[in-house]
Design a protein around this ligand. Structure first.
Ligand code: GCW
Length: 839
């Protein structure tokens, strides 16, 4: 090839690859991908190419740089940024004061509240200007992101103004200094490693940008189970670097602190919050923090909970403790987020009146009005712990003279750990829209935490996010919709689910109508589907509650002090929380709502077993019995989960390969794991109730061949615990260095079949599997997933059970199928069963 052509080709290739940047998910919803549709481009052709930034703060400069970056990415061309008086058409960014300095004729909108923005048109000396005014630089930045979002969604840019619902719009990260993350499912910490703040904080600043783009303004960076070194002077100096990285995005850093710090870090003989030395210590420590971090947001406190020390150690109450910290923070405009998650984890299972759900109210109700004005009680949306379904916490309505924030969970601890797609916005909206009828008037949770219902000055929203170092932040490409959706709800809890998911999909995967409608539909229903196969009727997630909270582990809820009981026996199931005969929990709600829950006639089906204990044949409002509902919902949910992969496959070629492949693999995994859930829960209920499924599905699997029933060379049967997480309670393992085999003769009528192998993928270890038909290899795979993620699990159970399917295999009667397992390290190539289904 002549040299010149060679060079041309290199240039062409370079520009091609440069244009199509790898879609690893790291940009989240801020992709700014180039718009190629000419008709769409035309609506933006009159937009100015000049950006005037009227102030020179880091935040202001970031706002104009972001506008240039976004417009350049989506529309192409160059954008000039400057700070002088506009000498042509321009975007002009600034706070009212700065804008007036440049444009004397411009009038600030009168209702520019804290952190709000207004986008308007203004003609000045014949120049057409787009003004992005922010009450503060943070407001400006929000205005810029709003404008860019319109372009990315191909909408017309129109004058607009918005302000946030509440001042607190925070995220919590449960990151540990060693770099691990409690309940984090996407790799290691972006903040910490090896006991220190990371040297490279690039990801932290990228995280700040994502948070700011949806209006979030605070980030607690360390685990609420706080490291006792947090407040040491050396550590604070390191932590200040994180605050520096977040600041240009208007995100203020806060820290989780342990209330024993005055003793552990300050070497005082006590940490009694009422001891004057302790009071002085908190004051001095807080001043020290502000000298390093002038915009420090405040403290997040978990105390007297799950083994953390707290004021109860000295017979003091949460208000006495919170107020000491609050008084130290107040001169600096900092706040205390004191968590309402205080409960006794050593409850007496034999006591039918004992009830963990009561704890929040019982611990905080009497303290209403006793907190300093810069204390906010941070309350998990439900009274237990982020289950797939819970009623709202009665504490929201009980605190009427105290600031409150609702705590949500983006990290899917009890909802599939970012290996299952579960879009949580519909669940959060259900909680936020719940009208608690406090004082017999409309008091939806969202308005309580906004401070509207009881006229509180402070309050808002917190979500535990736990992004990690993985490129795409949360592991599942679909999971970022939860972070985006959380931000949108915190900004405005009245935005609809449809609007949120549609916006996210367009920004994340583009505006192709087929792509948008497919992804929107998949996401919208995914919480309901997950609830169907993991814990219907208000039972909560029927997972291993004393372990990793991932796969099924039904009985783990019972007979321990944790109080996540379902109280199932051979006759009935459910927690009796009624006033009449139960724990009295229901009385914690305002009377109108309590009345609805107390009566079987009015309690909604989806919360029935949270509120009542009923026999299995109790008839629901739907007309089904409880037991049949459990069976049906598990079969329906698993069947819907099985449609995700084929529906996704219709988008092949319309979505970039990287995210397409990754999502497809996860959807296939989810379909298999939904069956693990379905079978475990239905089998367990059949065993417990003795009532058969009227459709004859549960306990009858005509297409299955149990591994222990196949002819084995080297494989030995083992019992699996809990029994319901393996078919027939048993699996086989290969406990020798050499490979083992299972062989069976098939007797299927001529036809095309799918052959699924249910096996266990332990972590660590990468066993190999091979399947042959009449000696011919038909499949080969490696068990190297991390399921459940990031947790070493060598057990065969509901977390590790998974499935591999080979499709479209032609069978005739008399075929010989052989499975060969090659163990690896701690993984003995376990197999549960095979299932052969006709296409
Ligand atoms: O959801 C539970 C988690 C704990 C967590 C605790 C909390 C950080 O299982 O891992 O601890 O709640 O919210 O404090």
């Amino acid at each position: 090839m002549p040299r010149l052509h060679h060079i041309t080709l290199v240039v062409v290739l370079c520009s091609l690859t440069w244009g199509a940047r790898a879609e690893d998910g790291s940009d989240g919803w801020l992709r700014y991908s180039r718009i190629t549709d000419q008709a769409v481009l035309r609506q933006y052709q009159s937009l100015p190419r000049n950006i005037v930034q009227s102030d020179s703060s880091a935040l202001g400069r970031n706002a104009s740089a972001e506008l240039a970056r976004g417009l350049r990415g989506m529309l192409g061309g160059q954008y000039k940024e400057n700070s002088g008086r506009p000498d042509g058409n321009a975007f002009v960014l600034g706070t009212p004061k700065e804008l007036h300095r440049l444009l004397s004729g411009w009038k600030a909108p009168s209702d520019l509240g804290p952190e709000s923005f207004a986008i308007s048109r203004f003609d000045d000396h014949g120049h057409h200007l787009w003004i992005v005014a922010g009450d503060s630089q943070r407001g400006e930045l929000y205005g810029v992101f709003h404008l860019l979002e319109q372009v990315a969604e191909h909408r017309e840019i129109v004058p607009d103004a918005e302000s946030p619902s509440a001042p607190i719009r925070w995220v919590n990260q449960w990151d540990n200094f060693d770099g691990s993350i409690e309940r984090g499912y996407a790799g290691r910490s972006i903040f910490f490693d090896g006991g220190h703040v990371r040297a490279d904080l690039t990801r932290v600043s990228e995280y700040g940008r994502l948070l700011a783009s949806v209006g979030l303004n605070g980030c607690t960076v360390n685990n609420v189970n706080s490291d006792l070194r947090t407040l040491q002077p050396e550590m604070l100096r390191e932590l200040a670097r994180i605050a520096d990285a977040l600041r240009p995005w208007g995100v203020r850093m806060s820290l989780s602190v342990d209330l024993s710090s005055p003793q552990v870090v300050g070497h005082l003989p006590t940490f009694d919050p009422l001891d004057p030395r302790v009071v002085a210590w908190w004051q001095q420590k807080t001043d020290e923090i502000y000298s390093l971090i002038p915009d420090f947001a405040g403290y997040t406190v978990k105390a007297d909970s799950e083994g953390r020390l707290g004021p109860s150690h000295y017979g003091r109450n949460p208000a006495q403790a919170a107020n000491v910290l609050a008084r130290a923070l107040r001169p600096h405009h900092g706040v205390v987020l004191y968590r309402g998650f205080v409960y006794n984890q050593h409850l007496d299972w034999h006591d039918l009146k004992a009830d963990r759900a009561r704890a929040g109210y019982d611990n905080f109700r009497a303290l209403d009005g006793k907190f300093e004005p810069n204390v906010v009680i941070q309350i998990k949306h439900g009274p237990i712990d982020f289950q797939v379904r819970e009623p709202v916490s009665p504490l929201f309505a009980a605190l009427q003279h105290t600031n409150q924030a609702v705590e949500l969970q983006v990290t899917q601890e009890y909802t599939g750990q970012q290996r299952h797609m579960v879009f949580l916005v519909p669940m959060w909206k259900t909680a936020l829209d719940t009208d608690m009828r406090a004082q017999n008037r409309s008091t939806p949770v969202k308005e309580i935490v906004e401070g509207k219902s009881f006229h509180q000055p402070l309050g808002g929203f917190v979500a535990v996010v736990n992004v990690g170092l993985e490129d795409n932040w949360l592991h599942h490409p679909m999971a970022m919709a939860n972070l985006y959706g959380y931000g949108k709800l915190a900004w405005n809890p009245n935005v609809s689910t449809d609007e949120i998911i549609d916006g996210w999909t367009r920004l994340t995967f583009g505006n192709n109508p087929k792509v948008v409608s497919t992804i929107d539909d998949l996401q919208r229903n995914s919480w309901h589907v997950y609830e169907q196969y993991t814990g219907p009727l208000g039972l909560g997630t029927l997972t291993d509650i004393i372990g990793v909270h991932y796969g099924p582990g039904i009985e783990s809820a019972e007979r321990n002090g944790w109080g996540q009981w379902i109280r199932a026996d051979h006759k009935g199931i459910g927690m009796d929380r009624t006033v009449a005969t139960g724990t009295g929990y229901i009385s914690q709600y305002p009377p109108e709502l309590a009345k609805v829950y107390e009566s079987l006639a009015t309690c909604p089906d989806e919360l029935l077993l949270f509120m009542h204990h009923v026999p299995y044949d109790h008839v629901l409002h739907s007309g089904k019995t409880v037991i049949q509902h459990v069976y049906d919902s598990h079969y329906d949910g698993a069947a819907t989960a099985a449609t995700y992969a084929p529906r996704w496959q219709k988008l092949h070629g319309l979505v970039d390969e990287e995210r397409y492949d990754r999502t497809l693999a996860l959807f296939r995994y989810q379909a298999g794991h939904a069956l693990v859930w379905r079978d475990a829960v239905s089998e367990w209920f059949l065993h417990m109730s003795g009532i058969p499924d009227k459709d004859g599905r549960v306990g009858h699997y005509p297409d299955r061949i149990e591994a222990e029933a196949m002819q084995s060379d080297g494989y030995t049967p083992v019992n699996v615990t809990p029994w319901e997480t393996a078919s027939g309670g048993k699996a086989v393992v290969c406990n020798r260095a050499a490979p083992c085999t299972l062989t069976t003769k098939l007797d299927r009528p001529v036809g095309s079949y799918d052959i699924a192998v249910q096996y266990f993928d332990n972590h660590p270890g990468a066993a190999q599997y091979e399947m042959t038909l009449n000696g011919r290899n038909i499949a080969h795979w490696t068990a190297d997933d991390t399921v459940p993620p990031a947790v070493v699990d060598k057990k065969l159970d509901g977390h590790t059970s998974t499935r591999f399917t080979v499709r479209g295999i032609a069978l005739v009667p008399g075929d010989t199928l052989m499975l060969r397992g090659v163990p690896s390290g701690a993984e003995p190539a376990p197999i549960d069963y095979i299932e052969i289904t006709k296409k």
